[in-house]
Structures are given as structure tokens and as C-alpha cells.
Design a protein around this ligand. Sequence first.
Ligand SMILES: *[C@@H]1O[C@H](CO)[C@@H](O)[C@H](O)[C@H]1NC(C)=O
Ligand SMILES: *[C@@H]1O[C@H](CO)[C@@H](O)[C@H](O)[C@H]1NC(C)=O
Ligand SMILES: *[C@@H]1O[C@H](CO)[C@@H](O)[C@H](O)[C@H]1NC(C)=O
Ligand SMILES: *[C@@H]1O[C@H](CO)[C@@H](O)[C@H](O)[C@H]1NC(C)=O
Length: 399
Amino acid sequence: MEGFQFYFLVLFLASCVVGVAPNADVAASEHEKHNASKSDSNCGCDSTSRQTSAPTSDNHNINSKCERGCDTVSSTKITPQEAVDNAHRSTDNNSPYPRTNQMVFIKGGTFIMGSDNQIIVADGEGPARKVTLDSFFLDVHETSNAEFELFVNATGYITEAEKFGNSFVVETFLSKDVKDKITQAVAAAPWWLPVEKADWRHPFGPDSNISESMTHPVLHTSWNDAVNYCKWAGKRLPTEAEWEYACRAGKKDKLFPWGDKLMPDKKYRLNIWQGLFPKNNSAKDGYVKTCPVTAFPAQNHYGLKNIVGNAWEWVADWWHVRHSDQDVTNPTGPVSGVDRVKKGGSYMCIKSHCYRYRCGARSQNTPDSSSSNLGFRCAATTLPNYLMAEPPGGAKDEL
Ligand SMILES: *[C@@H]1O[C@H](CO)[C@@H](O)[C@H](O)[C@H]1NC(C)=O
Ligand SMILES: *[C@@H]1O[C@H](CO)[C@@H](O)[C@H](O)[C@H]1NC(C)=O
Ligand SMILES: *[C@@H]1O[C@H](CO)[C@@H](O)[C@H](O)[C@H]1NC(C)=O
Ligand SMILES: *[C@@H]1O[C@H](CO)[C@@H](O)[C@H](O)[C@H]1NC(C)=O
């Protein structure tokens, strides 16, 4: 409880420094390319980082030598081969969700990562630099609740949010009952609240559940949780370079996976926020919160779904905002850091506050952080055996 109050203090101090953004509903301009004003970057994203000084037991001290991410599936201690076998088995053990996330082959090559036309300069979106990558595989979809449940059922894995006993939820989506219990925090924090007993099974507070959203992206998974899930599935997190290469799909210096216009045919191609942020998502794109991982047509020719929008996606790299403009091959990011990188934006993103549903955009959180708009998808250097054969009935969008 004491720790919970400390969160509040940290958030309060943070909001004093940053300043609370007005609930402006700035109409999106015709031209997507422009320099960001201050408010463009104020999505409150960094309010969702657990603080080093936040409630910690020995297990949770993010300053400890080997953080929790160094260990893999610590609760089960399985070898990578066993992990792959487990993932395989879990697809035919009478689960109501037989399909495991299919992967697309991304042929290696050279591309321009970042941009010299930076939109949110403070995020380190530039400079443009030449990056060469080997071929790899990437999940077509974000990891769904159903898939994460397969993992939890098979391993008994407990997420960091469950261990901490809390996670960050957007105030707008909390029930009145839950909000009433944390009235103090409401006054100080912009719109993110640390909510007790919020976790992947209770994404919008303890009185919410996922029974109607098994096909939606799993939320409230920390970077460490994402690493453990991918390992179990015989996969790994993509590097930031791989993620961005896959997002850009061969297009040069474009904002979105399909080009520079948000809605070239006047149709939404992604799940972001419309209307009054953060009070009322008018859901012109069809969704108030997350959408199924299979929703919307593929966003580029790789067939990737919701690579931008829906849920933020953790990538492997440590966060840093200064990049060398030297040519690099298979970059894995800085060797150390405090935060990990997340990409792609979420259903919470609106141009006026979080213009980050772009391939070159980026943000960060500490690796033990989790929130109601943050998930992940996995990559692999070689396709796991169990994905080499077509799943029963073919690779359909069943999840
Ligand atoms: C954006 O900012 C850069 C410098 O930060 C400036 O050179 C450029 O002209 C600006 N572009 C627009 C469209 O304002
Ligand atoms: C996980 O296990 C529970 C209890 O046995 C079961 O009801 C559920 O369907 C399983 N989930 C998946 C995704 O297989
Ligand atoms: C899940 O939440 C819905 C309301 O959103 C409720 O109707 C349902 O009973 C809940 N399911 C469980 C298993 O608690
Ligand atoms: C949200 O906005 C829509 C229109 O965009 C409006 O119809 C609805 O009443 C609003 N809801 C709330 C709770 O303000």
C-alpha cells in the first residue's frame, strides 16, 4: 500500500515537471508531415513506467545486476528445445484456440532506418541511417490473449504485473467503483493510473475480464514477460531495426506501412483514437479500445496486421535517442540502458497527443512496466519446426 502511494507521488512530481496537457481535440491536418508541437509528443507514455523507486521486493528491483529479463521462463527452467516442443504440443491439446500465430518471411536487405524529417525529435527518430539486415521471420499478428493463455496454461507463468499486484490503466476505461478507490491519484496523474490487480486477465481493472476479447492483443505484459513468451514459443523479440524494416516494407521514408496518407481511400487501416482525447474515443475506426489482432486488412505487402495501432509492441533493444549515422549490419541497439523500446503506437494514439502510429516513431518504458495499451509480437531467425507444417485447416485468421 505504501508503495502504491509512492507511485502517486512519483506521478504527481512527473506531471508537475511535464505539465498536464489540455484535452485538446486538435483536428488532424490534411498533411501528415509536419514538425511536432510540444503536445504531439505528450501521450503520457512515460507515465506508464514503473519507477526504480516504486514498490520493489528483491525480485523486482530493476537495478539488480541481471534484471529479470536475463533469466528465461524462470518459473519453469526449460531449455529452448523444450520450449519449442511445448509450443508445438500446446497447439493440439484440445485448446479452443488451435492456431498459433503464423510468421511471415521477411527477406533481408538494406533500408533507411529513422528519418531526417523527424516528427518527434526528442524520441530520437533520426538521423536517417543505412541498415542492412539478414532475413528473419515475424509474427503476422500481435500476440493475442488466447495465445498468451496457451503459454500460461502450459507453464504456470506469472506476469510481472501479477507479481507487483498492479499495472497502469487509462482512467477513461476504469469502472466508477475502481476509480472511486483511487480518487487521490486522479487529481495528479494525467490519465494513467496505477491500478491494483490490473493485469493481462483484467486489462481495465480488477472488475474487467478478457472473456470477450480472447482474440485481442494481450496487454499488461512487461518486456520481460514478452521475452519469456517468445522464448517459450521458440521465437524471440524482433530488434527495433527488424521491426521497422518489416513495417516500412520497402517504402522509402514513408510515415505508415502503406504510404504517407493516413486514409488514402477514406477508410481506416488501423486502430487509433478519434474524438476527445483521453475522455471519449468516438471509435470512427470501429473500436473504442483494442481490436482483434486479425482486424483490418494487412497493412503492407508482408501481410502484417496492426503493426501500427492497436497495441504498442515491445522490441528487443535498449532505449537511446542518439544514433550514429554510420551504416550498420544487424544492429541490436545500445549495450545497456534503463528503458526498452516499444514501437507502433496504440488505440490510445491521436495525432494531437501521440503521433506515434508511424514506422519511424518510437517510445520507451522500463522493462518491468506494463499498461493497458502495451503488448508485443515475436520474431524468429529460423522458423520454429511446429510452424513449418500448415496448422490443421490451414493458416486461417482463427484467433
Ligand atoms: C522542422 O524543423 C526543422 C529544424 O528542427 C526545420 O529545419 C524545418 O524547416 C521544420 N519544418 C517545418 C515544416 O516547419
Ligand atoms: C487454459 O486452461 C483452461 C482451464 O483448463 C481452459 O479452460 C482454457 O481453454 C485454456 N486456454 C487455452 C487458450 O487453451
Ligand atoms: C466478464 O465481464 C463481463 C462484463 O464485461 C461480464 O458480463 C462477465 O460475466 C464477466 N465474466 C467473468 C467470467 O467474470
Ligand atoms: C462521445 O462522443 C460521441 C460523439 O463523438 C457522443 O455521441 C457521446 O455522447 C460521447 N460520450 C461521452 C461519454 O461523452
